[in-house]
Design a protein around this ligand. Structure first.
Ligand code: NAD
Length: 522
């Protein structure tokens, strides 16, 4: 594709994953890790109004496996800077919005290429700053590349006029325009992929953005902004205002020039943003659009006709991959009565074999949870769980300074229990017994969330019922409930899981566009 409007993008395919068991691949990954290690502790500026800024007030990011190790030092935005960032990105929005859509898409494919070139380096940053294992990090970097490639192609599609009915004597058109300037607020658990997806979708659609990264993972965000600059996105098209959500969050959301807020994170913060954004401020001339993708309490149903080994493997991978810190993580296994005991036995054996420790060591299946605060919250839930179920695995922490928690399973948990109802966001799984498949569906749907879910069954009628009655935005059949792939599994949930914007799907860019109808009398 060139910037002149001629498109030659090959059809989208998902990025392949590196196989770290290959010695030469692992050697390259280790070299990237060494290079990243040599950069630990560096300072990173803010970006606003097209230039870098410093404040001397630093946010310190640490390695959750060894919290005494500083990953990055990040200058924090003041309220005045956050206001300037908004004013400038708002002022620049019409210029960026007039850049031809195909040129914007070209910059995005260039960003994808730059991340691809630095793949192992980004893997290493995710291992060190977010506590991901190498395969989890590799999957995330692949997803970031996929978002860029996919949204570039979607923009090419939206750049074409949408066919509409042609009235006699008229030429009728529908075209898509950008919204203006929006705020991007991502979570820490996919600090590259979700940040990249939310940011690039808005940018490629012709909007300018002010990014407020998570305070847990600002270094990955700073590295991603480096990529966007290197790819050629104009410096004024994006601002990076690192800082505490509590200090500048409300200001960004409430500002009258803010046209939209794209948020991914917890239900609590998402609902607050939605409420604040709903109130028009002095001088505001639009209703703010809010995209809010929030939490989950995802269930896997294991039916009596399931392939039990594959179900156990799927539950363990979904519950404990990245320490259960995925919105899509399985936190409830709902198991049909006749196979309940056998399932528990197999589950217990598999969980006992999981390895936990510093993810820099490829032998570990699980790393740390993100922070001391997260560890405390999770341990409080484990305490509550002791009174709500039978602890059959884990329950404790690992010695040492890292935030490591054992993979933990409670059996015999009632649907009224807190550990069954509330999002724990850590390596804690409940197992509940269902009388039959109808009861299993009732239990699975007994939640205010509705993000992902899976059903293991070889019975086509059972599968058919799940398709109809399991109320989740992303349903998986005979496979794990994590690992949504861009393009194939557009992602987003029902009810309190959010606005169901379906990231990585064909409709996602519409969140950041507004349609204009033009009728010309001939
Ligand atoms: P969080 O809600 O604590 O924080 C998310 C972001 O909001 C962070 O950048 C944070 O700094 C910012 N923030 C906090 N207070 C703010 C305020 N008052 N104003 C503006 N911004 C504010 O969530 P988290 O701990 O970063 O992420 C974990 C949560 O995200 C879990 O609930 C998880 O299920 C959810 N999540 C959902 C999806 C999805 O697609 N549905 C994907 C990933 C994570």
């Amino acid at each position: 594709m060139t910037g002149t409007g001629h498109t030659s993008l090959v059809p989208f395919v998902n990025e392949p994953y590196a196989d770290f068991s290959q010695p030469e691949v692992w050697a390259s990954a280790e070299a990237a890790l060494t290079s990243v290690r040599s950069q630990l502790g560096r300072e990173y500026p803010l970006w606003l109004a097209g230039a870098e800024h410093t404040t001397g007030d630093l946010l310190i990011s640490v390695n959750p496996s060894r919290p005494s190790e500083i990953v990055g030092r990040h200058h924090k935005a003041t309220a005045e800077m956050a206001n300037r960032a908004i004013e400038d990105a708002h002022a620049y929005a019409p210029h960026w919005g007039r850049t031809p859509p195909l040129e914007r898409a070209r910059l995005l494919t260039r960003a994808a290429a730059l991340i691809r070139e630095r793949k192992f380096e980004f893997d290493a940053w995710l291992v060190i700053e977010a506590g991901k294992t190498w395969p989890e990090a590799e999957a995330e970097v692949g997803e970031a590349i996929d978002f860029c490639e996919y949204y570039a192609r979607q923009m090419v599609r939206f750049a074409e006029p949408e066919p509409v009915v042609q009235l006699p004597g008229e030429r009728d058109n529908l075209v898509y325009l950008p919204l203006g300037m929006g705020i991007i607020i991502p979570p820490w658990n996919f600090p590259l992929a979700i940040l990249a997806g939310m940011t690039t979708a808005a940018l490629v659609a012709g909007n300018t953005v002010v990014i407020k990264p998570s305070s847990e993972t600002p270094t990955v965000a700073a590295k991603f902004v480096e990529v966007l600059h290197a790819a050629g996105f104009p410096p004024r098209s994006l601002a990076l205002t690192t800082g505490s959500g509590a200090v500048i969050g409300d200001l960004l959301v409430e500002h009258p020039k803010t046209r939209f807020v794209s948020f991914t994170g917890s239900r609590e913060v998402g609902l607050r943003i939605n409420e604040l954004a709903a109130k028009p401020r002095k001088g505001q001339i639009w209703i703010k659009r809010v995209v809010a993708e929030m939490g989950g309490k995802d269930a896997i149903i294991v039916d009596r006709e399931a392939d039990l080994d594959s179900a156990v493997a799927g539950v363990v991978q979904s519950a404990f991959g990245y320490q259960g810190q995925k919105c899509s993580a399985c936190s409830r296994a709902i198991v049909d009565d006749p196979i309940y005991d056998e399932f528990l036995e197999k589950l217990q054996a598999r969980v006992a074999a999981l390895t936990v420790g510093d993810p820099e060591n490829r032998a570990n299946f699980m790393g740390p949870v993100i922070s001391a605060g997260a560890r405390k919250t999770i341990l409080n839930y484990i305490e509550a769980g002791r009174g709500e179920g039978r602890l059959i695995a884990g329950g404790g922490v690992l010695p040492g300074e890292g935030y490591f928690i054992q993979p933990t399973v409670f059996a015999g948990v009632d649907s009224k229990a807190r550990i069954f109802q509330e999002e724990i966001f850590g390596p804690v799984l409940t197992v509940s017994r269902a009388r039959d498949f109808s009861h299993a569906l009732e239990l699975a749907n007994d939640t205010e969330y509705g993000l992902t879910g899976a059903v293991y069954s070889r019975n086509p009628e059972t599968v058919h019922r799940a398709r109809q009655e399991f109320f989740v935005g992303n349903l998986y059949i005979n496979r794990k409930c994590t690992g949504a792939m861009v393009g194939a599994h557009p992602f987003g949930g029902f009810n309190m899981s959010g606005t169901d914007s379906k990231a990585g799907g064909p409709d996602y860019l519409l969140q950041f566009l507004q349609a204009k109808s033009i009728a010309e009398k001939l």
